[in-house]
Design a protein around this ligand. Structure first.
Ligand SMILES: NC(=O)c1ccc[n+]([C@@H]2O[C@H](COP(=O)([O-])OP(=O)(O)OC[C@H]3O[C@@H](n4cnc5c(N)ncnc54)[C@H](OP(=O)(O)O)[C@@H]3O)[C@@H](O)[C@H]2O)c1
Length: 288
């Protein structure tokens, strides 16, 4: 087991112990997740601080930059501590306009897994999420061919565990009929509660739910109720949003993104904010 003083304690992803407070590396690339960061030294410092503060779960993708965040992670942290688990995703490319066109044909998926291995400097990827849907959100459709391709790469020993991202509950069930998954990474936060039922179902199965955009992503969470509760608690709204997620369900793992070491420290402190039952009831109304 990982011992941690980080808020939320730990969770086991398959057989990999991780801190429930993790770190999402997407914000380390340039504007709109394209190109290098303006402050390369600052980006490397955030990654090193995350590990020094005890975080053992970093979320990334070869599509961030593209290549940029994986290369930063390798430069900052390789050789990786045994306790650190890097989770990546495949299934989308980048185009010249910064779009995220799907790339879920078998050849693209194989290439992306090998690119992730190379840029991260790993022989095996701990956990690969198959990213589904599009920029708007999850879209219906079979995942069988794409997921079976990743299962094949897992059987070759290139991937330890599999997950899904941007997935519908039907796609989660379809994938689970093919092979086990250890997490689902979908958009979810105080104001976007579309996955409430899925979170409960996954919790019952011991599967992690990893919300992306926990702070609202490119548009920070805004809610008068959140502002009121935060003011009453003399805390930042972002602290309340993270503390709420940790309380929402034990299978929720946090991967808030930041390019700032100061914000990283604020978020760790903020996620530990105690919330009363009255606070939770009030916050619960935001996204219902
Ligand atoms: N599976 C998918 O399709 C998918 C999609 C999107 C994201 N993700 C993953 O999810 C992770 C989290 O999402 P995200 O980073 O896009 O969004 P987020 O965590 O909701 O929010 C990040 C934004 O909040 C700001 N921020 C963070 N802490 C702050 C603080 N204490 N005070 C003020 N501003 C603060 C950051 O700016 P600063 O840099 O200035 O701190 C950044 O602009 C990503 O890093 C990525 O790994 C996955």
């Amino acid at each position: 087991m990982v011992s941690t003083s980080l808020p939320g304690g730990t969770w086991t992803l398959g057989d990999l112990p991780v801190t429930r407070f993790g770190y999402g590396a997407m914000q380390l690339a340039g504007p709109w997740v394209m190109g290098p960061p303006a402050d390369r030294g600052g980006a490397l410092a955030v990654l090193r601080a995350a590990v020094e503060l005890g975080i053992t779960h970093i979320d990334t993708s070869e599509a961030y930059g593209p290549h940029v965040t994986n290369q930063l992670i390798r430069e900052a942290l390789h050789p990786y501590p045994d306790s650190l688990h890097i989770v990546t995703k495949v299934g989308a490319n980048r185009d010249q306009q910064g779009g995220w066109p799907p790339a879920r044909d078998p050849e693209s998926l194989r290439r992306s897994v090998h690119e992730n291995l190379e840029t991260l400097g790993l022989d095996v990827l701990d956990l690969v999420n198959l990213r589904l849907g599009d920029a708007v959100g999850p879209q219906p459709g079979s995942v069988a061919e794409a997921f079976e391709t990743l299962v094949g790469l897992q059987q070759q020993g290139l991937i330890r565990h599999l997950g899904l991202s941007n997935a519908t509950p039907e796609q989660v069930a379809e994938a689970q009929a093919i092979a086990p998954i250890v997490c689902v990474q979908n958009m979810y936060n105080l104001a976007h509660r579309q996955d409430d039922e899925l979170i409960e179902a996954l919790a019952e199965q011991g599967i992690a739910y990893v919300p992306f955009f926990p702070l609202g992503g490119f548009s920070p969470l805004q809610s008068s109720v959140l502002s009121t509760v935060a003011a009453r608690l003399e805390a930042a709204p972002m602290s309340v949003a993270l503390a709420w997620l940790l309380r929402r369900s034990p299978n929720i793992l946090l991967i808030p993104g930041t390019s700032s070491t100061t914000h990283l420290r604020e978020n760790i402190a903020g996620a530990a904010l105690p919330l009363s039952d009255d606070d939770l009831a009030e916050l619960d109304k935001i996204g219902r």
